[in-house]
Design a protein around this ligand. Structure first.
Ligand SMILES: [Cu+2]
Length: 343
């Protein structure tokens, strides 16, 4: 179907070109020559067309902003997200102003300075003052935007993580697992060689830090309100990207590497449902890297609880120490044997 449509478009263009050739030839044969009046009439139509195009185009832009504006993300639910949004809004304002100003000037000038009778083009090769103005102003504006952006990014990375809760977000084709560090706030060791059906994270249960670790394979993760959450990201197979749109956070998950990002949730799921006037509202964690055929299914519900509710929820999750038998790393031979057995 697509090929047929493409073919039809190509053939249509070819027919149009041929038709124009025929018109040209027939005017030549009939001895007709285009006069200046004809040209000016054509110019007037083209100039009118430019104005119509500008008004319709800019009008549709405004209409789209108005109609689809409600589909934008709600207020930021994380602390750093608020200042990030402010910065982004300043960017949008400047981009919007420049877009409308340049488009209006472009189309209006093409309309106003079209060729008419007795009008002669004025040769105006350069103006140093003008060139300095349109170089210096964008340089200053862009420098301010970049510097404030870098300062904001520095603040985000330097957030106080002293009392942060350590949580691991583990991505694989095509789901997420989260692991909470428990009372000691230390994530126990893991190794990919220990991965089994019962131990999808390859947790090393001989590590004492593992004793109180808790993990969840359900399609839901909980985080407490008002606590800095320090996420450690890991991938099992390919590169994934953990995207928390409502918290204005995103970080890549790279196999064989630990990557980190932290944020502090400031609005519970319940409160956000009231703010968005949507009783079914839920925060979400999405994969934002095309990681394979079922990439689109890599979504996890994120619930922001009050600290008390969060504690209750954690208590109900799987404990790392409940993992049936984890051969220790010293018995590597065993693991290989097991793998062969399963094969
Ligand atoms: Cu993915």
């Amino acid at each position: 179907m697509t090929i047929l449509i493409l073919l039809a478009v190509v053939l249509g263009v070819m027919v149009l070109v041929r038709l124009m050739n025929i018109v040209q030839l027939s005017t030549q044969v009939s001895g007709y020559e285009e006069t200046e009046d004809d040209q000016i009439r054509e110019n007037n139509w083209a100039a009118l067309g430019l104005m119509v195009f500008m008004i319709v185009g800019l009008g549709l832009t405004v209409l789209m902003i108005y109609v689809y504006g409600s589909h934008l993300l709600p207020v930021s639910a994380s602390e750093h997200g608020v200042s990030l949004d402010k910065l982004l809004n300043v960017n949008w304002f400047i981009i919007g102003f420049v877009f409308f100003a340049t488009q209006i000037v472009l189309f209006y000038f093409a309309h106003k300075y079209r060729h008419t009778k007795g009008k002669k083009a004025y040769f105006y090769p350069m103006n140093h003052k003008l060139e300095i103005i349109w170089t210096v102003i964008p340089t200053i504006v862009l420098s301010i935007l970049i510097i404030t952006g870098l300062r904001e990014w520095h603040k985000i990375l330097m957030a106080d993580k002293k009392d942060a809760i350590n949580v691991q977000v583990y991505g694989y084709q095509f789901a997420w697992i989260t692991r909470y560090s428990g009372n000691d706030n230390v994530l126990g060791k893991s190794n990919y060689k220990l991965i089994t059906d019962d131990n999808p994270l390859g947790l090393d249960t001989s590590d004492p830090a593992m004793k109180d670790d808790v993990y969840t394979t359900g399609n839901e993760m909980h985080i407490p309100l008002g606590k800095e959450i320090n996420f450690q990201f890991n991938a099992r197979d390919v590169i994934h990207s953990a995207y928390f749109p409502h918290f204005r956070a995103q970080m890549n998950l790279v196999p064989g590497m630990n990557t980190f990002f932290s944020f502090k949730p400031t609005i519970t799921t319940e409160e956000m449902r009231k703010i968005t006037k949507n009783e079914k509202f839920d925060y979400i964690l999405l994969c934002n890297k095309i990681c394979g055929v079922a990439h689109y299914t890599m979504a996890m519900k994120v619930v922001v609880d009050t600290p008390e509710d969060f504690k209750k929820w954690v208590r109900k999750q799987k404990k790392a120490k409940e993992i049936p038998t984890t051969p220790s790393m010293a018995e590597e031979g065993n693991i290989n044997k097991d793998v062969t057995a399963t094969l």
